[in-house]
Ligand binder design. Sequence first.
Ligand code: FMN
Ligand code: SF4
Ligand code: SF4
Length: 436
Amino acid sequence: MADIRNTFAGIKSPNPFWLASAPPTDKAYNVERAFKAGWGGVVWKTLGEAGPPLVNVNGPRYGAVWGGDRRLLGLNNIELITDRDLHVNLREIKQVKKDWPDRALVVSIMVPCEEAAWKKILPLVEETGADGIELNFGCPHGMSERGMGSAVGQVPEYIEMVTRWCKASTRMPVIVKLTPNITDIRFPARAAQAGGADAVSLINTVSSITSVNLDNFSPEPSIDGKGSHGGYCGPAVKPIALNMVAEIARDAETQGLPISGIGGITTWRDAAEFLALGSGNVQVCTAAMTYGFKIVSEMIEGLENWMDAQGHANLDDVIGRAVPNVTDWQYLNLNYVTKARINQEMCISCGRCHIACEDTSHQAITQEVDGQRRFEVIEEECVGCNLCVNVCPVDNCITMEQLAAGQTDLRTGEKVSGDYANWTEHPNNPSRVAAE
Ligand SMILES: Cc1cc2nc3c(=O)[nH]c(=O)nc-3n(C[C@H](O)[C@H](O)[C@H](O)COP(=O)(O)O)c2cc1C
Ligand code: SF4
Ligand code: SF4
Protein backbone atom coordinates (compact mmCIF):
# COMPACT_ATOMS: atom_id res chain seq x y z
CA MET A 1 0.00 0.00 0.00
CA ALA A 2 1.31 3.45 -0.93
CA ASP A 3 2.67 5.53 1.94
CA ILE A 4 0.81 8.85 2.07
CA ARG A 5 2.35 10.21 5.25
CA ASN A 6 3.32 13.80 4.72
CA THR A 7 5.83 16.33 5.96
CA PHE A 8 5.04 19.89 4.92
CA ALA A 9 7.35 22.75 5.96
CA GLY A 10 8.60 20.43 8.69
CA ILE A 11 5.07 19.68 9.92
CA LYS A 12 4.11 16.02 9.99
CA SER A 13 0.67 14.61 9.29
CA PRO A 14 -0.60 11.08 8.57
CA ASN A 15 -1.91 12.16 5.16
CA PRO A 16 -1.67 15.28 2.97
CA PHE A 17 -5.31 16.32 3.52
CA TRP A 18 -5.72 19.37 5.74
CA LEU A 19 -8.85 21.40 6.34
CA ALA A 20 -8.36 25.03 5.30
CA SER A 21 -8.92 27.89 7.72
CA ALA A 22 -12.69 28.47 7.59
CA PRO A 23 -15.91 27.47 9.46
CA PRO A 24 -14.94 23.74 9.53
CA THR A 25 -11.97 24.67 11.76
CA ASP A 26 -13.56 27.38 13.89
CA LYS A 27 -13.72 25.47 17.15
CA ALA A 28 -12.64 22.35 19.00
CA TYR A 29 -15.96 20.60 18.39
CA ASN A 30 -15.53 20.73 14.60
CA VAL A 31 -11.81 20.01 14.58
CA GLU A 32 -12.21 16.95 16.78
CA ARG A 33 -14.94 15.62 14.49
CA ALA A 34 -12.63 16.26 11.55
CA PHE A 35 -9.74 14.40 13.15
CA LYS A 36 -12.03 11.50 14.03
CA ALA A 37 -13.08 11.37 10.36
CA GLY A 38 -9.39 11.09 9.37
CA TRP A 39 -8.20 14.55 8.30
CA GLY A 40 -4.42 14.77 8.50
CA GLY A 41 -4.38 18.34 9.75
CA VAL A 42 -6.25 21.61 10.05
CA VAL A 43 -5.53 25.29 9.76
CA TRP A 44 -7.57 26.82 12.55
CA LYS A 45 -10.05 29.54 11.53
CA THR A 46 -8.19 32.87 11.42
CA LEU A 47 -7.60 34.47 14.81
CA GLY A 48 -7.54 38.26 15.25
CA GLU A 49 -6.35 40.52 18.05
CA ALA A 50 -7.44 40.17 21.66
CA GLY A 51 -10.38 42.37 22.56
CA PRO A 52 -14.04 42.47 21.69
CA PRO A 53 -14.70 39.66 19.16
CA LEU A 54 -15.43 40.55 15.57
CA VAL A 55 -19.01 41.00 14.48
CA ASN A 56 -20.40 39.11 11.49
CA VAL A 57 -23.61 40.01 9.64
CA ASN A 58 -26.72 38.41 11.08
CA GLY A 59 -28.22 37.63 7.69
CA PRO A 60 -27.10 35.32 4.90
CA ARG A 61 -23.34 34.95 4.35
CA TYR A 62 -23.30 32.79 1.25
CA GLY A 63 -24.05 33.08 -2.43
CA ALA A 64 -23.77 30.11 -4.76
CA VAL A 65 -23.51 28.93 -8.33
CA TRP A 66 -24.97 25.50 -9.15
CA GLY A 67 -24.71 23.10 -12.08
CA GLY A 68 -27.87 21.93 -13.86
CA ASP A 69 -28.17 19.09 -11.35
CA ARG A 70 -28.07 21.59 -8.43
CA ARG A 71 -24.59 20.42 -7.56
CA LEU A 72 -22.70 23.22 -5.83
CA LEU A 73 -20.01 24.50 -8.17
CA GLY A 74 -19.07 27.78 -6.58
CA LEU A 75 -19.61 29.30 -3.15
CA ASN A 76 -19.22 32.93 -2.23
CA ASN A 77 -19.05 34.19 1.34
CA ILE A 78 -18.97 37.47 3.22
CA GLU A 79 -17.86 35.95 6.52
CA LEU A 80 -15.03 37.58 8.45
CA ILE A 81 -12.30 35.94 10.54
CA THR A 82 -13.31 34.19 13.76
CA ASP A 83 -15.94 35.95 15.85
CA ARG A 84 -15.04 33.91 18.93
CA ASP A 85 -12.95 35.20 21.80
CA LEU A 86 -9.18 34.88 21.22
CA HIS A 87 -8.49 33.24 24.57
CA VAL A 88 -11.27 30.69 24.17
CA ASN A 89 -9.78 29.76 20.80
CA LEU A 90 -6.26 29.49 22.22
CA ARG A 91 -7.43 27.27 25.08
CA GLU A 92 -9.19 24.97 22.63
CA ILE A 93 -6.21 24.83 20.27
CA LYS A 94 -3.93 23.80 23.14
CA GLN A 95 -6.28 21.05 24.25
CA VAL A 96 -6.89 19.71 20.75
CA LYS A 97 -3.15 19.60 19.98
CA LYS A 98 -2.59 17.73 23.22
CA ASP A 99 -5.32 15.22 22.41
CA TRP A 100 -4.28 14.73 18.76
CA PRO A 101 -0.47 14.92 18.73
CA ASP A 102 -0.10 13.07 15.42
CA ARG A 103 -2.25 15.58 13.47
CA ALA A 104 -1.03 18.86 12.06
CA LEU A 105 -2.51 21.90 13.78
CA VAL A 106 -1.63 25.21 12.19
CA VAL A 107 -3.12 28.48 13.39
CA SER A 108 -4.18 31.16 10.93
CA ILE A 109 -3.62 34.72 12.09
CA MET A 110 -4.61 38.16 10.88
CA VAL A 111 -3.83 41.25 12.95
CA PRO A 112 -3.18 44.87 11.91
CA CYS A 113 -0.11 45.58 9.81
CA GLU A 114 1.96 46.77 12.79
CA GLU A 115 4.91 44.87 14.23
CA ALA A 116 3.68 45.26 17.80
CA ALA A 117 0.38 43.55 16.97
CA TRP A 118 2.17 40.49 15.51
CA LYS A 119 4.69 40.38 18.36
CA LYS A 120 1.84 40.33 20.83
CA ILE A 121 -0.12 37.45 19.37
CA LEU A 122 2.71 35.13 18.29
CA PRO A 123 3.83 34.02 21.79
CA LEU A 124 0.21 33.34 22.72
CA VAL A 125 -0.15 31.01 19.74
CA GLU A 126 3.26 29.45 20.30
CA GLU A 127 2.27 28.62 23.87
CA THR A 128 -0.56 26.38 22.62
CA GLY A 129 1.95 23.93 21.11
CA ALA A 130 0.56 24.51 17.62
CA ASP A 131 2.73 23.19 14.78
CA GLY A 132 2.87 26.38 12.77
CA ILE A 133 1.15 29.57 11.73
CA GLU A 134 -0.47 30.67 8.53
CA LEU A 135 -0.57 34.39 7.80
CA ASN A 136 -3.91 35.27 6.28
CA PHE A 137 -3.03 37.80 3.58
CA GLY A 138 -5.90 36.62 1.48
CA CYS A 139 -9.35 37.52 2.75
CA PRO A 140 -10.84 39.85 0.09
CA HIS A 141 -13.78 41.29 2.00
CA GLY A 142 -14.47 43.06 5.28
CA MET A 143 -10.95 42.73 6.71
CA SER A 144 -9.26 44.16 3.60
CA GLU A 145 -11.17 47.42 4.03
CA ARG A 146 -9.57 47.55 7.51
CA GLY A 147 -6.07 47.29 6.00
CA MET A 148 -5.68 43.54 6.60
CA GLY A 149 -6.11 40.32 4.57
CA SER A 150 -5.80 40.93 0.83
CA ALA A 151 -4.92 44.60 1.48
CA VAL A 152 -1.58 43.20 2.66
CA GLY A 153 -1.51 40.32 0.18
CA GLN A 154 -1.77 42.68 -2.77
CA VAL A 155 1.39 44.58 -1.84
CA PRO A 156 4.50 42.36 -2.04
CA GLU A 157 6.53 44.78 0.14
CA TYR A 158 4.00 44.40 2.97
CA ILE A 159 4.04 40.61 2.62
CA GLU A 160 7.80 40.55 2.94
CA MET A 161 7.78 42.95 5.87
CA VAL A 162 5.15 41.09 7.93
CA THR A 163 6.67 37.70 7.14
CA ARG A 164 10.02 38.98 8.34
CA TRP A 165 8.47 40.24 11.60
CA CYS A 166 6.88 36.85 12.19
CA LYS A 167 10.01 34.87 11.40
CA ALA A 168 11.94 37.05 13.85
CA SER A 169 9.38 36.54 16.62
CA THR A 170 8.55 32.86 16.50
CA ARG A 171 10.13 29.43 16.26
CA MET A 172 7.05 28.08 14.48
CA PRO A 173 7.10 27.47 10.72
CA VAL A 174 5.46 30.39 8.90
CA ILE A 175 3.12 29.64 6.00
CA VAL A 176 2.03 32.70 4.00
CA LYS A 177 -1.47 32.38 2.54
CA LEU A 178 -1.77 34.25 -0.75
CA THR A 179 -4.67 36.03 -2.36
CA PRO A 180 -5.56 35.25 -5.98
CA ASN A 181 -6.84 38.82 -6.38
CA ILE A 182 -3.62 39.94 -7.99
CA THR A 183 -2.27 40.03 -11.56
CA ASP A 184 0.85 37.89 -11.20
CA ILE A 185 0.99 35.43 -8.29
CA ARG A 186 4.77 35.05 -8.56
CA PHE A 187 5.40 38.46 -7.03
CA PRO A 188 3.69 37.84 -3.68
CA ALA A 189 5.22 34.36 -3.55
CA ARG A 190 8.69 35.80 -4.12
CA ALA A 191 8.02 38.42 -1.45
CA ALA A 192 7.00 35.74 1.04
CA GLN A 193 10.19 33.84 0.28
CA ALA A 194 12.28 37.00 0.63
CA GLY A 195 10.71 37.57 4.06
CA GLY A 196 11.79 34.09 5.11
CA ALA A 197 8.52 32.18 4.75
CA ASP A 198 8.76 28.44 5.25
CA ALA A 199 5.96 27.90 2.75
CA VAL A 200 3.11 29.54 0.89
CA SER A 201 -0.49 28.37 0.67
CA LEU A 202 -2.97 29.31 -2.04
CA ILE A 203 -5.53 30.25 -3.02
CA ASN A 204 -7.69 32.21 -0.69
CA THR A 205 -11.03 33.27 -2.17
CA VAL A 206 -11.61 35.20 -5.40
CA SER A 207 -13.41 38.57 -5.13
CA SER A 208 -16.88 38.06 -6.50
CA ILE A 209 -20.58 38.86 -6.72
CA THR A 210 -22.44 35.63 -7.43
CA SER A 211 -25.81 36.99 -8.55
CA VAL A 212 -28.28 39.88 -8.48
CA ASN A 213 -31.87 39.59 -7.30
CA LEU A 214 -33.86 41.00 -10.20
CA ASP A 215 -36.92 41.82 -8.08
CA ASN A 216 -35.18 44.25 -5.76
CA PHE A 217 -31.91 44.70 -7.68
CA SER A 218 -29.81 43.64 -4.70
CA PRO A 219 -26.57 41.73 -5.14
CA GLU A 220 -26.74 38.39 -3.33
CA PRO A 221 -26.38 37.37 -0.59
CA SER A 222 -28.72 40.25 0.17
CA ILE A 223 -28.59 41.95 3.55
CA ASP A 224 -31.66 44.13 3.82
CA GLY A 225 -31.57 44.95 0.11
CA LYS A 226 -27.83 45.57 -0.16
CA GLY A 227 -24.98 43.27 -1.08
CA SER A 228 -21.22 43.44 -0.97
CA HIS A 229 -18.52 41.56 -2.85
CA GLY A 230 -17.48 38.33 -1.22
CA GLY A 231 -14.89 35.58 -1.65
CA TYR A 232 -15.51 32.83 -4.22
CA CYS A 233 -14.34 29.23 -3.73
CA GLY A 234 -15.32 25.65 -4.52
CA PRO A 235 -14.89 23.58 -7.72
CA ALA A 236 -15.29 26.68 -9.93
CA VAL A 237 -12.00 28.16 -8.70
CA LYS A 238 -9.88 25.02 -9.08
CA PRO A 239 -8.51 25.95 -12.53
CA ILE A 240 -7.44 29.38 -11.23
CA ALA A 241 -5.76 27.80 -8.23
CA LEU A 242 -3.99 25.09 -10.26
CA ASN A 243 -2.52 27.68 -12.58
CA MET A 244 -1.29 29.83 -9.72
CA VAL A 245 0.26 26.85 -7.96
CA ALA A 246 2.01 25.87 -11.20
CA GLU A 247 3.23 29.42 -11.78
CA ILE A 248 4.96 29.41 -8.41
CA ALA A 249 6.23 25.84 -8.73
CA ARG A 250 8.00 26.56 -12.03
CA ASP A 251 9.33 29.98 -11.12
CA ALA A 252 13.11 29.75 -10.83
CA GLU A 253 13.10 32.36 -8.05
CA THR A 254 10.83 30.36 -5.76
CA GLN A 255 12.21 26.93 -6.62
CA GLY A 256 11.87 24.62 -3.66
CA LEU A 257 9.47 26.84 -1.71
CA PRO A 258 6.84 24.45 -0.30
CA ILE A 259 3.30 25.11 -1.58
CA SER A 260 0.08 24.10 0.14
CA GLY A 261 -2.49 23.80 -2.65
CA ILE A 262 -6.02 25.07 -2.01
CA GLY A 263 -9.04 25.75 -4.20
CA GLY A 264 -11.97 23.58 -5.18
CA ILE A 265 -10.45 20.26 -4.10
CA THR A 266 -13.36 17.83 -3.85
CA THR A 267 -11.96 14.44 -4.83
CA TRP A 268 -8.68 12.49 -4.53
CA ARG A 269 -8.12 13.24 -8.20
CA ASP A 270 -8.27 17.00 -7.60
CA ALA A 271 -5.76 16.55 -4.80
CA ALA A 272 -3.46 14.42 -6.97
CA GLU A 273 -3.50 17.15 -9.63
CA PHE A 274 -2.45 19.79 -7.10
CA LEU A 275 0.32 17.51 -5.84
CA ALA A 276 1.51 16.81 -9.39
CA LEU A 277 1.69 20.53 -10.07
CA GLY A 278 3.99 21.06 -7.13
CA SER A 279 1.84 21.25 -3.98
CA GLY A 280 3.46 19.61 -0.99
CA ASN A 281 0.04 19.00 0.55
CA VAL A 282 -3.54 20.22 0.05
CA GLN A 283 -6.20 22.09 1.99
CA VAL A 284 -9.95 21.74 1.59
CA CYS A 285 -12.86 23.93 2.65
CA THR A 286 -15.93 24.00 0.38
CA ALA A 287 -16.04 20.23 -0.22
CA ALA A 288 -16.13 19.62 3.55
CA MET A 289 -18.80 22.29 3.94
CA THR A 290 -20.87 20.66 1.19
CA TYR A 291 -20.47 16.95 1.95
CA GLY A 292 -19.21 16.75 5.55
CA PHE A 293 -15.93 15.60 7.04
CA LYS A 294 -16.26 11.96 6.02
CA ILE A 295 -15.35 12.77 2.40
CA VAL A 296 -11.75 12.55 3.53
CA SER A 297 -11.95 8.75 3.65
CA GLU A 298 -12.75 8.68 -0.07
CA MET A 299 -9.88 11.08 -0.71
CA ILE A 300 -7.42 8.92 1.23
CA GLU A 301 -8.59 5.66 -0.30
CA GLY A 302 -8.71 7.08 -3.82
CA LEU A 303 -5.22 8.56 -3.59
CA GLU A 304 -3.78 5.31 -2.17
CA ASN A 305 -5.47 3.17 -4.82
CA TRP A 306 -4.29 5.39 -7.65
CA MET A 307 -0.74 5.48 -6.29
CA ASP A 308 -0.73 1.68 -5.93
CA ALA A 309 -2.02 1.21 -9.46
CA GLN A 310 0.64 3.58 -10.83
CA GLY A 311 3.45 2.18 -8.70
CA HIS A 312 4.03 5.40 -6.73
CA ALA A 313 5.45 4.32 -3.38
CA ASN A 314 5.08 7.64 -1.57
CA LEU A 315 4.04 11.26 -2.11
CA ASP A 316 7.51 12.30 -3.25
CA ASP A 317 6.92 10.16 -6.33
CA VAL A 318 3.97 12.37 -7.23
CA ILE A 319 4.75 15.86 -5.95
CA GLY A 320 5.85 18.17 -8.77
CA ARG A 321 5.76 15.44 -11.46
CA ALA A 322 3.68 17.61 -13.83
CA VAL A 323 5.70 20.78 -13.34
CA PRO A 324 8.24 20.14 -16.14
CA ASN A 325 5.28 19.69 -18.52
CA VAL A 326 3.91 23.18 -17.86
CA THR A 327 5.32 25.42 -20.54
CA ASP A 328 4.60 28.67 -22.35
CA TRP A 329 2.40 28.72 -25.44
CA GLN A 330 5.26 29.45 -27.81
CA TYR A 331 6.92 26.15 -26.96
CA LEU A 332 3.92 23.93 -27.80
CA ASN A 333 4.53 21.48 -30.65
CA LEU A 334 2.87 22.83 -33.81
CA ASN A 335 3.39 19.46 -35.52
CA TYR A 336 1.01 17.77 -33.09
CA VAL A 337 -2.10 17.35 -35.30
CA THR A 338 -5.39 15.90 -34.11
CA LYS A 339 -8.84 15.28 -35.60
CA ALA A 340 -12.16 14.65 -33.89
CA ARG A 341 -13.70 11.18 -34.21
CA ILE A 342 -17.33 10.45 -33.40
CA ASN A 343 -18.28 6.99 -32.13
CA GLN A 344 -21.55 6.41 -33.99
CA GLU A 345 -22.61 3.64 -31.60
CA MET A 346 -22.52 6.01 -28.66
CA CYS A 347 -23.96 9.08 -30.42
CA ILE A 348 -27.49 10.02 -29.29
CA SER A 349 -27.89 12.45 -32.22
CA CYS A 350 -28.48 15.45 -29.99
CA GLY A 351 -26.75 17.74 -32.50
CA ARG A 352 -24.77 19.81 -30.01
CA CYS A 353 -21.43 19.11 -31.65
CA HIS A 354 -22.78 20.15 -35.05
CA ILE A 355 -24.23 23.44 -33.90
CA ALA A 356 -21.16 24.35 -31.83
CA CYS A 357 -18.79 23.64 -34.71
CA GLU A 358 -21.10 25.13 -37.36
CA ASP A 359 -21.85 28.40 -35.53
CA THR A 360 -18.64 29.01 -33.64
CA SER A 361 -15.87 26.83 -34.94
CA HIS A 362 -14.95 25.40 -38.38
CA GLN A 363 -18.09 23.91 -39.95
CA ALA A 364 -16.56 20.47 -39.63
CA ILE A 365 -19.49 18.31 -38.42
CA THR A 366 -22.42 17.22 -40.59
CA GLN A 367 -25.97 17.00 -39.37
CA GLU A 368 -27.26 15.02 -42.35
CA VAL A 369 -25.66 12.29 -44.45
CA ASP A 370 -27.55 10.76 -47.39
CA GLY A 371 -30.77 12.38 -46.20
CA GLN A 372 -30.42 10.88 -42.69
CA ARG A 373 -29.72 12.75 -39.42
CA ARG A 374 -26.10 11.82 -38.78
CA PHE A 375 -23.13 13.54 -37.25
CA GLU A 376 -19.77 12.93 -38.89
CA VAL A 377 -16.54 14.84 -38.82
CA ILE A 378 -15.51 16.47 -42.12
CA GLU A 379 -11.80 15.87 -41.82
CA GLU A 380 -10.91 18.47 -44.48
CA GLU A 381 -12.35 21.20 -42.24
CA CYS A 382 -11.47 19.97 -38.73
CA VAL A 383 -8.75 22.03 -37.02
CA GLY A 384 -8.70 19.67 -34.03
CA CYS A 385 -9.84 22.32 -31.55
CA ASN A 386 -11.88 19.81 -29.43
CA LEU A 387 -14.83 22.16 -28.80
CA CYS A 388 -17.15 19.34 -29.89
CA VAL A 389 -15.66 16.99 -27.26
CA ASN A 390 -16.43 19.52 -24.58
CA VAL A 391 -20.04 20.19 -25.58
CA CYS A 392 -20.98 16.54 -26.26
CA PRO A 393 -23.18 15.22 -23.41
CA VAL A 394 -21.95 11.63 -23.85
CA ASP A 395 -18.62 10.90 -22.22
CA ASN A 396 -16.02 9.60 -24.70
CA CYS A 397 -18.44 9.69 -27.63
CA ILE A 398 -16.14 12.15 -29.40
CA THR A 399 -12.41 11.63 -29.01
CA MET A 400 -9.40 13.41 -30.46
CA GLU A 401 -7.03 11.27 -32.47
CA GLN A 402 -3.48 12.22 -33.28
CA LEU A 403 -2.35 11.91 -36.89
CA ALA A 404 0.83 9.87 -37.09
CA ALA A 405 3.96 11.25 -38.72
CA GLY A 406 3.72 10.81 -42.49
CA GLN A 407 -0.10 10.86 -42.58
CA THR A 408 -1.68 13.64 -44.64
CA ASP A 409 -3.67 16.32 -42.87
CA LEU A 410 -6.63 16.63 -45.25
CA ARG A 411 -7.24 20.21 -44.12
CA THR A 412 -3.84 21.52 -45.14
CA GLY A 413 -2.96 18.82 -47.67
CA GLU A 414 0.44 18.49 -45.99
CA LYS A 415 2.13 15.45 -44.50
CA VAL A 416 2.42 15.51 -40.73
CA SER A 417 6.01 15.87 -39.61
CA GLY A 418 7.35 13.82 -36.74
CA ASP A 419 9.64 16.65 -35.69
CA TYR A 420 8.98 19.05 -32.86
CA ALA A 421 8.47 22.60 -34.08
CA ASN A 422 7.21 25.59 -32.15
CA TRP A 423 6.24 29.21 -32.72
CA THR A 424 9.65 30.59 -31.88
CA GLU A 425 11.01 29.08 -35.09
CA HIS A 426 7.88 29.36 -37.26
CA PRO A 427 8.37 31.31 -40.53
CA ASN A 428 5.30 33.49 -39.74
CA ASN A 429 6.79 34.68 -36.47
CA PRO A 430 7.97 38.25 -37.04
CA SER A 431 10.32 38.17 -34.08
CA ARG A 432 11.91 34.87 -35.10
CA VAL A 433 15.66 34.86 -34.80
CA ALA A 434 17.12 33.53 -38.04
CA ALA A 435 18.68 30.13 -37.39
CA GLU A 436 21.68 30.86 -39.58
C1 FMN B 1 -17.17 30.70 4.80
C2 FMN B 1 -15.70 30.76 4.56
C3 FMN B 1 -14.88 31.38 5.48
C4 FMN B 1 -13.52 31.44 5.27
N1 FMN B 1 -12.73 32.00 6.22
C5 FMN B 1 -11.39 32.03 6.07
C6 FMN B 1 -10.55 32.49 7.10
O1 FMN B 1 -11.00 32.86 8.19
N2 FMN B 1 -9.21 32.50 6.87
C7 FMN B 1 -8.66 32.08 5.71
O2 FMN B 1 -7.43 32.11 5.56
N3 FMN B 1 -9.45 31.59 4.72
C8 FMN B 1 -10.79 31.56 4.87
N4 FMN B 1 -11.58 31.02 3.88
C9 FMN B 1 -10.96 30.54 2.63
C10 FMN B 1 -10.63 29.05 2.66
O3 FMN B 1 -9.71 28.73 3.67
C11 FMN B 1 -10.05 28.58 1.30
O4 FMN B 1 -8.85 29.28 1.04
C12 FMN B 1 -11.00 28.80 0.13
O5 FMN B 1 -12.32 28.55 0.53
C13 FMN B 1 -10.64 27.96 -1.08
O6 FMN B 1 -10.75 26.59 -0.81
P1 FMN B 1 -12.04 25.70 -1.24
O7 FMN B 1 -12.29 25.94 -2.69
O8 FMN B 1 -11.69 24.30 -0.88
O9 FMN B 1 -13.19 26.21 -0.42
C14 FMN B 1 -12.95 30.92 4.08
C15 FMN B 1 -13.78 30.28 3.15
C16 FMN B 1 -15.14 30.18 3.39
C17 FMN B 1 -16.02 29.48 2.40
S1 SF4 C 1 -12.45 19.49 -33.21
FE1 SF4 C 1 -13.20 21.58 -33.54
S2 SF4 C 1 -13.12 21.85 -35.73
FE2 SF4 C 1 -12.99 19.65 -35.38
S3 SF4 C 1 -15.07 18.93 -35.47
FE3 SF4 C 1 -14.67 19.38 -33.33
S4 SF4 C 1 -15.38 21.49 -33.03
FE4 SF4 C 1 -15.18 21.17 -35.24
S1 SF4 D 1 -22.82 16.05 -29.33
FE1 SF4 D 1 -22.17 13.94 -29.08
S2 SF4 D 1 -24.09 12.80 -28.81
FE2 SF4 D 1 -24.64 14.82 -29.60
S3 SF4 D 1 -24.71 14.50 -31.83
FE3 SF4 D 1 -22.65 15.16 -31.37
S4 SF4 D 1 -21.49 13.27 -31.11
FE4 SF4 D 1 -23.63 12.75 -31.00
